[in-house]
Design a protein around this ligand. Structure first.
Ligand code: SIN
Length: 331
């Protein structure tokens, strides 16, 4: 639905998916103990001023707590993003989203979208019914980013900081500035509606490298990829269970495992041995860093391919999409 205060000739489309930004609590003013994903995206836009020269259009794609994010919602979101980004008069998109998996949705969209127009995830750490909710400011900042000439790529904005989809991660369970970009730092800041850029917008060409819309498999056909963390006292039992399950002919066999490595791709010896058994059974293995900063550096003795700059949750998405492409090409 088009926002009543809208007057401009270019549109910003705001897609609602739920989260704390759309959360509410029966206890007036409470910061915790609320239900995420209860307020419509249209209502969230109620008191927000539309950037000059733009019209807003709101659409509810989902209404969930992002801890429960699933492939069906990603599929729907991908479809709606491609739909709107293809309109010439649409300058970009804002997606209202929960903080818990915002980094995963941002990385997923970064990996599949065919347009370089700005797509900004706006979230909040306090529900809309809090005494001082942070959502309205974050939403305002997200609109300001989309309205900024030359803004591009998928970003997350929270507490005035703009983070790129590849680096962003939720670092804090409570603070309003809950997100960081590790040692890469934020892309920039939003200050009173103005963007102060510290480095380039991501990326300079279409994220999926082709500029063409990606066809994702049916929701129940996405390859299953699991994450196993290497840690003190680890065993290979979880990996061996996944292998046995696959060999038993289960309907959704694991296709890939991302190992969350300590240090520079180092793995507990029991995890490493089990991963060799899994690879021999046909499961793709990748290694990602457990550390929050830096990137894994390749070494000649690395037993498995590394995903140098990705956290385990993003490496999981990257492997899942790579397996989707392989399956698609194999058809
Ligand atoms: C969610 O991720 O949907 C709930 C938590 C939050 O948005 O902060």
């Amino acid at each position: 639905m088009t926002h009543p205060s809208s007057t401009g000739s270019r549109r910003i489309v705001v897609l609602g998916t739920g989260g704390t930004i759309a959360g509410s609590s029966p206890e007036a003013g409470a910061n915790l103990g609320y239900t995420a994903g209860t307020v419509s995206v249209e209502d969230l836009l109620g008191g927000i001023t539309t950037p000059k020269g733009f019209a807003l259009h709101a659409e509810q794609v989902a209404q969930l707590d992002s801890k429960d994010m699933d492939t069906a919602t990603w599929q729907a979101l991908h479809e709606r993003c491609e739909h709107w980004l293809a309109h010439e008069d649409v300058a970009g998109l804002v997606i209202t989203h929960g903080t818990d998996t915002a980094e995963e949705t941002a990385f997923f969209l970064h990996s599949v979208l065919s347009s370089i127009k700005p797509v900004v995830l706006a979230c909040a750490m306090r529900p809309s019914t809090a005494l001082m909710p942070d959502g309205p400011q974050n939403l305002r900042d997200a609109l300001a980013i989309v309205a900024t000439p030359a803004a591009a790529g998928v970003t997350v904005v929270c507490a005035g900081e703009i983070h790129g989809a590849v680096e962003v991660r939720k670092d804090h369970p409570y603070r309003l500035d809950a997100f960081g970009s590790g040692d890469a730092g934020p892309i920039g800041y939003v200050e009173e509606g103005g963007v102060r850029l510290l480095r380039h917008w991501p990326p300079t060409e279409a994220s999926n490298q082709t500029g063409e819309a990606v066809t994702l498999p049916a929701v129940n056909r996405w390859p299953r990829v699991e994450i196993v963390l290497s840690h003190a006292g680890a065993s290979g039992a979880l990996i061996d269970t996944l292998v046995r399950e696959r060999q038993s002919g289960t309907s959704e066999p694991v296709a890939g495992i991302v190992l969350g490595a300590t240090g520079n791709a180092s793995l507990h010896h029991a995890i490493e041995q089990a991963a060799h058994r899994a690879r021999a059974a046909g499961i793709e293995i990748r290694v990602a860093a457990r550390c929050n900063e830096g990137r894994l550096l390749p070494t000649p003795e690395a037993a498995f391919p590394i995903m140098a700059a990705l956290s385990p949750v993003k490496a999981r998405i990257a492997l899942m999409l790579a397996l989707c492409r392989d399956t698609h090409h194999a058809r």
